[in-house]
Ligand binder design. Structure first.
Ligand code: GDD
Length: 414
């Protein structure tokens, strides 16, 4: 078997809940556990036997991924990784169909499709084995979520003995099942015939726009979920492979903090040498902590658990950081405290200041506000924010380039 892989990276109009961080970096390249979100996908794909090509498909400018692709080519010399740009958002299956000739070049027999905005252990090898053991056209990675959040996802009802999916409903209005789609699929290449069929069905929905072009009623998009997976389930060609490992969506900026923690914990089990260690005369490290080799940490600082420190960060004496991501070139002065927060590039946190958020209780919550009010959650400072000495910033989202001279709580600082 010779598989290829696609990562659906979306485009600039989609990362809005990831603001203010997506103002400076596209969400798929935001670093968690020391590397861009989609590097975790690529690391897992690199372990699939005979997989040689990965296509990132999205509607960002071409230049957005160029330096990432150069780094990836150095790290994975045996993988060919490219970016293919949709001229506009074509929907989760539209890009697959548009680039079908590229995808089918070299005659692969299977295609992995991974959403960029999910984090998990990506058990792709196990999924492939399961896929080859049944007669379906697609195996979907599934996970169980709490009942009250299930309706935010694609819900699956499957036969427990065969894992055959009997019903697939995308974000149903009422509860159907707590087994949901993780946004990770393995398709046989015969799927392109099914996409063609579903396109033909949609042709009945064609209208003409003001420029005389043919568009589908739902904005010229082909949706993997409604237009493909649902009919596949009806035809009994969809199977689920349930994972018991962690799985999270990365929608809001704050969701990067728990995801950072999960990936760091995974590293602690698989590659502990990549994490910071307690050394004589070094800072105190608690649990899983990643520190970039160029960062300077005072020996009297205390970090962790669940902390990632980016390149060229400086952390002063007596500083305390836990459950946080500190991005490049941040200066954390003496005795500052950072808890449940993301500190944007080039920011400065003054002496004895506190920047803190609240851990989000809701599993896989995707909302930033509820009934028009900001939900208490991770505090996020955008790029180049400065926090004056002895100031407390609690449960806030702060846009880039702000100078915070007095304390604030539960605010979106614009
Ligand atoms: N290339 C491309 N990518 C897209 C497009 N639209 C969305 N994507 C990418 O496709 C993924 C899914 O995005 P959404 O459309 O926002 O769907 P969702 O609300 O996250 O729900 C989907 O994912 C859940 C798992 O995270 C599923 O449970 C659910 O069924 C559904 O597939 C993201 O990585 C997003 O960047 C598009 O037009 N083009």
């Amino acid at each position: 078997m010779h598989p290829k892989a696609i990562i659906l990276v979306g485009g600039p109009s989609r990362g809005t809940r990831f603001r203010p961080l997506s103002l400076n970096v596209p969400k798929p390249l935001f670093p968690v556990a020391g590397k861009p979100i989609i590097s975790h996908h690529i690391a897992a794909l690199s372990k699939v036997e005979d997989l040689k090509e990965i296509l990132l498909i999205g509607f960002f400018e071409d230049s957005v991924f160029s330096s990432f692709l150069q780094d990836a080519a150095r790290e994975y010399p045996n993988l060919h990784i490219r970016y293919l740009r949709e001229y506009q958002s074509l929907g989760t299956a539209g890009g697959l169909y548009h680039f079908r000739d590229e995808i089918l070049r070299g005659n692969p027999d299977q295609v992995f499709v991974l959403h960029a905005d999910v984090a998990c252990t990506f058990p792709l090898v196990a999924m492939k084995k399961a896929h080859e053991g049944h007669r379906g056209l697609c195996t979907i990675l599934g996970t169980r979520v709490p009942r009250d959040s299930a309706n935010n996802f694609g819900c699956l009802v499957a036969k427990p003995d065969t894992n055959e999916v009997l019903h697939y409903v995308e974000k149903p209005e009422s509860f159907i099942s707590n087994l949901i789609s993780c946004g990770v699929y393995l398709f046989d290449c015969a799927i392109f015939d099914e996409i063609r069929k579903s396109l033909e069905n949609k042709k009945g929905n064609v209208e003409t726009d003001i420029y005389g072009r043919e568009v589908f009623q739902d904005g010229n998009k082909l949706r993997l979920e409604q237009d493909l997976l649902r009919p596949l389930a009806q035809a009994r060609k969809l199977f689920v492979h349930e994972t018991k490992d962690f799985w999270r969506q990365i929608k809001t900026a704050g969701s990067a903090v728990p995801v950072n923690g999960l990936y760091l914990e995974q590293l602690l089990q698989t590659n502990p040498e990549k994490l910071a260690k307690n050394t004589p005369g070094g800072p105190e490290i608690v649990g899983a902590v990643y520190v970039h080799p160029t960062a300077q940490i005072d020996p009297q600082a205390k970090l962790g658990p669940n902390v990632s420190i980016g390149p060229n960060v400086f952390i002063g004496k007596g500083a305390r950081i836990r459950d946080s991501i500190v991005l490049d070139n941040v200066d954390v002065k003496q005795n500052a405290c950072i808890l449940h927060a993301i500190i944007g590039w080039n920011s400065m946190i003054g002496c004895w200041s506190r920047v803190e958020g609240t851990p989000s209780a809701a599993h896989n919550s995707t909302a930033v506000t509820k009934s028009g009010l900001k939900i208490q959650s991770i505090t996020i400072l955008g790029k180049e924010v400065s926090v004056k000495d002895e100031t407390i910033i609690r449960n806030c989202i702060v846009l880039p380039h702000k100078d915070l001279k007095s304390s604030c709580e539960n605010e979106i600082v614009m």
